[in-house]
Design a binder for this molecule. Structure first.
Ligand code: CMP
Length: 146
């Protein structure tokens, strides 16, 4: 089933010049880019995006990190896109991520793990995150040629 997922190259990924590599991996896999925004996240958006982690010991550091520099927020579309992107990203902790995955190849530690993607085990998180970062008219429709 075709679905959309929210993906974000985090400040460490942008600063290290990994955005193009990450976009290429999803393009090569046949996913379709339907939205992209190079932006700076403010405190309010960060707290809302990571609301499920509020109260956890790493929450303040996470908000500080994600607001520390620009991110590339994106929406990717395709069959089973949420799970496909999660598999390509690897585990949350780069140390647990297999080589060949984005975090396994580029992640430095639990905080600087390069990329965020909607959680396939949290139904509706993709739509929530897309709505938080994008207006409907910022998502484009076009025919992708394979
Ligand atoms: P992300 O997929 O963006 O979702 C929450 C983020 O919290 C996670 O990636 C990690 O980068 C970050 N994080 C920092 N410390 C921890 C921790 N102890 N456990 C889980 N996530 C953590």
């Amino acid at each position: 089933m075709s679905e959309r997922t929210f993906v974000m190259v985090k400040p460490d990924g942008v600063q290290r010049g990994l955005t193009g590599e990450i976009v290429s991996r999803f393009e090569d896999r046949g996913l379709k880019l339907v939205g992209a925004k190079f932006m700076q996240i403010d405190q309010e958006l960060a707290e809302e995006h990571y609301g499920e982690h509020e109260g956890k010991p790493f929450f303040d550091g996470l908000v500080e990190f994600i607001t520390s520099g620009p991110v590339m927020a994106m929406v990717w579309e395709g069959d089973d896109a949420i799970r496909q992107v999660r598999r390509m990203m690897g585990e949350t902790d780069p140390a647990d991520s297999a080589p060949g995955t984005i975090r396994g190849d580029f992640g430095l530690d639990l905080g600087r793990n390069v990329i965020h993607g909607s959680d396939h085990e949290d139904p509706g998180s993709n739509e929530r995150e897309i709505d938080l970062f994008f207006d409907e008219d910022e998502l484009v429709d076009y025919e992708k040629v394979d």
